[in-house]
Design a protein around this ligand. Structure first.
Ligand code: FDA
Ligand code: NAD
Length: 434
């Protein structure tokens, strides 16, 4: 069993890891000082591509096209770039034990990695229907999407079951993006989710109504208010039918499940303070353990502008938190400091010809503005959330670059809203004036 020592280890090989490595390279690391350890077989990449361009029937995105940090317009770190920058990229290596007091990590193969400073960037893993004991949920072609291997399995299944029937379980991000991707691949798609409308984590009933009608017009069938309670399989083990709790059943050649994610913190249980399901950090992503940082999906951090602590499972934060942690580490080494993380939440999604962005907080009352007719060839509408008389969140479907910038500005400035009627009337021009 080998033992290796590094000054810095980034544990995880996803989006945060890629952006942390880039920031270390910007700040300057000596050869051999930094290692990135990932259980994936490929260098860090922009994960959002997996549910979008990766699944296109033609002209699909493939690596090395979307390695970090192209998603934010930054330098693309190819596997060889790590070597050129003196960074050791240790792939296909799962860490199965972490001892934060001994500053050591142990891989599944028994190799030991010692560090002076650790950045935990293990991200999230999918929730599985087998975890909830759903009968038949281990049948073949019941698929999940998190990593590139999952996306490759999905691409294979799409090819094998060309033009077949797909059932998508879940009405969140994966549910909406994957229903569209499968429809574009000519599948007969049915989406099933328990809530009264899709993406309840963010959408109001009005916003959801637009997407549900748009999807229905594209041929996606939507079944709400129920869940998949069991599956039956063919004699070869491949899924055949999905049973719903309301008594209905649906034929399926493939099933995609997107019922949420959970942060990968189990390696560190009992060794580090946790909060809201994640690893608790300060505004520099320092955990309760000296020299240990946590970034991206696993971090529960102070959201300064709301005087709150939150965990955010979106790519913009994974990039920015990684950069903040590395800047803080390097500044501290030089006896300096960086400003506290002052994050404005930003989420987005794309499917079919649609594209939306959201900034801020989706709390309080909400108003819709613009043209939310799903039959319009170029829908362009938005929403504001108002709390305590102030605009705290802003959403827009089909916004231009400038309009999306205005959304960010209004969510950051939190101006007073005279009245909900006035906001509806002014629409995006209210944000553009900020
Ligand atoms: P991330 O999951 O990217 O990386 C974690 C890494 O750690 C993985 O490489 C994993 O293998 C590795 N790892 C975990 N445990 C390990 C261990 N024990 N040993 C070694 N390695 C280990 N967000 C958004 O804002 N817009 C979008 O459009 C999308 N789209 C999207 C699509 C899909 C399919 C997914 C799954 C997610 C998105 N997201 C998104 C969310 C976004 O991708 C997510 O928030 C970031 O990838 C989080 O970055 P992290 O680095 O924290 O985790
Ligand atoms: P999610 O939390 O967005 O949605 C999960 C959905 O599944 C919810 O609607 C939930 O109520 C529903 N659900 C729960 N149990 C169910 C059941 N038994 N049957 C049917 N539906 C059920 O999670 P997700 O869509 O799985 O996404 C996973 C992760 O990937 C999240 O961290 C998400 O942020 C990330 N992601 C983000 C984007 C984006 O930001 N554009 C895109 C893809 C994935």
């Amino acid at each position: 069993m080998a033992e290796k020592s590094f000054k810095y280890i980034i544990l995880g090989g996803g989006v945060s890891a890629g952006y942390a490595a880039k920031e270390f390279a910007n700040q300057g690391v000596k050869p051999g000082e930094l290692a990135v350890i990932s259980k994936e077989a490929v260098a860090p990449y922009e994960r959002p591509a997996l549910s979008k361009g990766y699944l296109f029937p033609e002209g699909a995105a493939r690596l090395p096209g979307f390695h970090c940090c192209v998603g934010s317009g930054g330098e693309k770190l190819l596997p060889e770039s790590y070597k050129q920058k003196g960074i050791e990229l240790i792939l296909s290596t799962e860490i199965v034990k972490a001892d934060l007091s001994a500053k050591s990590l142990v891989s599944a193969a028994g190799d030991v990695f010692k560090y002076e400073t650790l950045i935990i960037a293990t991200g999230s893993t999918v929730l599985r229907l087998t975890d909830f004991g759903v009968k038949g949920a281990d049948s073949k072609n019941i698929l999940y999407l998190r990593e590139i291997d999952d996306a490759d399995n999905l691409v294979e299944a799409i090819k094998a079951k060309k033009g077949g029937k797909a059932v998508v379980v879940g009405g969140g991000y994966i549910g909406l993006e994957l229903s569209a991707a499968l429809r574009i691949n000519n599948f007969d798609v049915t989406m099933v989710f328990p809530e009264p409308w899709c993406m309840p984590r963010l959408f109001t009933a009005d916003i959801a109504a637009f997407y549900e009608t748009y999807y229905t017009n594209k041929g996606v069938k939507i079944i709400k208010g129920t869940v998949a309670s069991g599956f039956t399989a063919h004699s070869n083990g491949e899924v055949k039918e999905v049973q719903l709790k309301d008594g209905r059943s649906l034929e399926a050649d493939i099933v995609i499940v997107g019922v949420g994610a959970k942060p990968l913190t189990s390696l560190f249980k009992g060794q580090v303070e946790e909060d809201k399901g994640g690893i608790k950090t300060d505004a520099f992503f320092k955990t309760s353990v000296p020299d240990v940082y946590a970034v991206g999906d696993v971090a529960t951090f102070p959201l300064k502008m709301y005087g709150d602590v939150r965990r955010v499972e979106h790519v913009d934060h994974s990039r920015k938190s990684a950069e903040q942690a590395v800047k803080a580490i390097k500044a501290a080494e030089g006896g300096g400091a960086v400003e506290e993380y002052d994050y404005l939440p930003f989420f987005y999604s794309r499917s079919f010809d649609l594209s939306w962005q959201f900034y801020g907080d989706n709390v309080g009352d909400s108003v819709l503005f613009g043209d939310s007719n799903p039959s319009n060839p170029k829908p362009r509408f938005g929403a504001y959330w108002i709390q305590g008389g102030k605009v705290v969140g802003a959403f827009m479907e089909g916004g231009s670059g400038d309009e999306n910038k205005a959304l960010a500005k209004v969510a950051k400035a939190r101006p007073v809203a005279e009245s909900l009627e006035e906001l509806t009337k002014q629409g995006i021009s209210f944000a553009a004036k900020i």
